[in-house]
Ligand binder design. Sequence first.
Ligand code: PLP
Length: 398
Amino acid sequence: MKHGIRQLFIPGPTNVPDRVRRAMNVTMEDQRAPDLPELTLGLFRDLKRAFGNKSGRVFMFPSSGTGAWESAIQNTLAPGDRVLMSRFGQFSHLWVEMAERLGLNVELVDVEWGMGVPLDVYEEKIAADTAHEIRAVFVTHNETATGVTSSIPGVRKLLDAHSHPALLFVDGVSSIASIDFRQDEWGVDLAVAGSQKGFMLPAGLSFLSVSEKALAANRDNRPKMARSYFTFADQIATNDQGYFPYTPPTQFFHGLRAALDMLFEEGLDNVFARHHRLAEGVRRGVQGLGLKLVAAGPQWHSDTVSAVYVPEGVDANLVLKIAYERYNTSFGGGLARLNGKVFRIGHLGDLNEVMCLSALACAEISLADAGARITPGAGVAAAHAYFREAHSASQAER
Ligand code: PLP
């Protein structure tokens, strides 16, 4: 029998705050009730705020984030369209796979895992495309498999520098509502997120935030990709009245209301600052243990997840198993080519410094149990010192 709190340090699903969980605990409702729009219209409005999208609109689908990926592609592109993508981890890989399955002509840039979107290569390709055949440029903002964050403003800048009209697609599943994201300011046309990460809800709701330009691409007269469930026009026809073209998961809406309230009460800038502080503490802890991140340098560091190489000769899967079975704690595993070599600490959503110290303490004891030669307490001590330093600095600023 396992005792104590089941600790979740995976990069999603994240901890669902009690306030959100309680908000979802309602009796079933009529999805066509006349007062439902009082709830749903406010959600659409506030989701736009969370994405930094003033002019466009946000769709909500009862799916995980992958469904919103599919909707984004199906509604704005046509089979055979040339698109620019890069692959540097399991999630950017899956996005490429989907694009190919849906018949897009993918111009793929493979990047060493540990780095992110290669701005120089993107720039070369964009500069060379004077005929504007590339219809869309894809960016995985935060590659959850490697703990790598890429620069969206960097991509926007190079598109603007070449006056290139491609649509900008961003996978923000493990970044939006946790780290800085500004859809309008960064000229993002289609931004995808899921409920189970920064939005602190269970998995099962996806968000797709689209610009006016993406809506125009959806309406244009070009050939269309086959689409059905995720069709924008069906959503628009019902969403504007606060309803949906399918049976919506109304409990989720109450949870989302509470989650958005929590995010805005804290203030999005404070949410981002907290994620940075917690992530930096975890990184110091990893360094204190003498371990290395997969992220190949500080410019790639993710503030939502750290992928950590285990020492040579240690099986990362054994570390995960020990953490789970002996200490009731989940870390993320190494995905695809990183399997067995890496464990991942998710540090996003509803969490604080002491929870991160606990993650490091559990990583230390599980690593030691799995045969790693580490100094017990070295990771916790380094993170502890950083958290205290960060606290003092914030007090001094006041
Ligand atoms: N993109 C990224 C960056 C992710 O981290 C994930 C899931 O973890 C996905 C896409 C797929 O999202 P979902 O599992 O919600 O379909």
